[in-house]
Design a protein around this ligand. Structure first.
Ligand code: BG6
Length: 483
């Protein structure tokens, strides 16, 4: 009989983020987060950032999300029915510190997460918490342009201390920042760093003025904050395991032309290795120092920063994996649709309805690549297919394409484990349909659970199991054998 390749305690599960699922954006003292001022719409076209909220004119999908704030018990029960071993979710910073800079936390916000965590534990589901998932407090953007300011480190650590203390003995797995390496792209400044350089005008998502020197300075502050959070987590409980969370943007040279190969190597350094090099090895890599010099960027560091990075190394690497792309020195070849980290389309791959190229083998490559470089445990905490699901007349959702996507990725993950990679777990993205981060749409669905909510504002938020629900349940119960 074939034996499973995954560990006995492999952490199968699913992932969501607060701002994309909770709704209740202003309930129980919650403050405004940057996503709360982002309107719904299509990426690069009408998704707007409106520093002054205008609810008459615009639709703000984070305000209602999928009502997970009110329905978390129903949702977690469904996850338990699928056999989840872990549930990755984020805590909305502004539920705990509404403006971001208060000294004392908002008790009502903490009470909400007490209940969410207890509900997970009731079913034996291990909470995996993202401390900051594209949810910077807007109050801090207005106060100091968020992570541009070094003051953010103190605010973030106060937030971390509150969480680590409150959930000691209940939560063991923490991720400091979602997709921290998104800071290498302008989109990361807004989503990950809460930086808004135009606070007057509603601007399309990608048209906020971008200053690379600001982004890299903000990244330095985040890396210091992350390292200090690792130390703090350990001081508060020796059980705590802290990981980073980064995009792995699979990448190949478009041709064997050595110029393309070199470009691909440089791409990997700056996009895929930069943050993990710092967070695993505890220091800035040589290629980044050179990059900063060439760009004329001088990071402002404080004495002791180097020691902080060295003393706050992460326990494991967690990654999101959706797409891969190709690097080409040919200027006539443009960037493919959906490649937020840049790169041309790969002629051998098909794409999702949103233009994200699908590359299951790339996941095996990614896992081997990271494990080879760092030799610490890995966890895939986001992977999945955003698709337009059809609700059939009989109430079913036949999402065979999603099953196919996930099956192929899990097969490659299993092969990576057979290659010798130490893999801790796998949480699919959007295990329940939620609002898309890049487009603000409900139509881009990832879940095993369909949510009746549509972009025209209709739908009563009721939940339905898709075909993939039963499939994933089998995957988990067989520990990855029945695909
Ligand atoms: C990741 C983010 O980049 O991709 C998630 O961590 C996001 O928040 C996911 O939802 C999928 O992207 P999108 O735009 O399809 O929601």
């Amino acid at each position: 009989m074939k034996k499973t390749t995954f560990k006995e305690n492999f952490l199968w599960g699913g992932a969501i983020a607060a701002n994309q699922a909770e709704g209740a954006w202003d309930v129980d003292g919650k403050g405004v987060s940057v996503p709360d001022i982002c309107t719904g719409g299509k990426f690069g076209q009408s998704k707007l950032i409106t520093p002054v909220m205008d609810k008459e004119k615009y639709f703000y999908p984070s305000h209602e999300g999928i009502q997970h704030f009110y329905r978390f018990k129903e949702d977690i029960k469904l996850f338990a029915e699928m056999g989840f071993k872990t549930f990755r979710f984020s805590i909305n910073w502004t539920r705990i510190f509404p403006n971001g800079d208060e000294e004392e936390p908002n008790e009502a916000g903490l009470k909400h997460y007490d209940e969410v965590i207890d509900e997970c534990l009731k079913y034996g589901i291990e909470p995996l918490i993202t401390i900051s998932h594209y949810e910077a407090p807007f109050g801090l953007t207005k106060k100091c342009n968020a992570w541009v300011s070094r003051d953010m480190i103190g605010y973030y650590l106060n937030y971390c201390r509150t969480l680590f203390t409150r959930y000691k003995g209940k939560v063991r797995y923490w991720l400091t920042f979602n997709e921290i390496n998104s800071a290498t792209e302008p989109i990361g400044a807004i989503l990950g760093q809460g930086i808004l350089n135009d606070l007057k005008n509603p601007t399309p998502f990608m048209e906020q003025p971008d200053l690379p020197e600001q982004r890299y300075q903000a990244l330095h502050h985040q890396l210091i904050a992350s390292a200090l959070a690792v130390k703090l987590a350990k001081e508060i409980s020796s059980e705590n395991q802290v990981g980073n969370m980064q995009i792995y943007a699979g990448s190949y040279p478009l041709t064997p032309n050595p110029a393309d190969v070199l470009l691909n190597q440089q791409y990997n350094q700056m996009k895929n290795y930069l943050c993990s090099d710092i967070q695993v090895k505890g220091k800035y890599p040589y290629y980044f120092e050179t990059f900063l010099q060439k760009e004329g960027i001088e990071l402002i560091k404080e004495p002791g920063d180097d020691d902080i990075l060295m003393e706050g190394k992460i326990d494991f690497i967690s990654l999101s994996y959706y797409v891969s792309s190709c690097q080409s020195t040919d200027p006539s070849i443009g960037v493919g649709e959906g490649n937020i980290m840049g790169g041309a389309n790969n002629p051998y791959l098909e794409a999702s309805e949103w233009g994200w190229q699908i590359d299951p083998k790339g996941l095996r490559i990614a896992l081997n690549d990271l494990y080879d470089r760092y030799q610490i445990p890995l966890m895939v905490v986001e992977n999945g297919l955003g698709a337009k699901d059809e609700l059939e007349k009989d109430g079913t959702i036949q999402d065979d394409y999603r099953i196919d996507y996930l099956r192929k990725h899990i097969e490659q993950m299993a092969l990576a484990v057979e290659d010798g990679v130490d893999l801790m777990g796998y949480t699919t993205w959007g295990c329940i349909d939620l609002v898309s981060a890049t487009t603000g749409e409900y139509a881009k669905r990832y879940g095993f659970i369909y949510v009746e909510r549509y972009d025209d504002g209709t739908g009563d938020f009721s939940r339905r199991k898709k075909k993939s629900f039963e499939w994933y349940k089998e995957v988990i119960v067989s520990n990855g054998l029945c695909l």
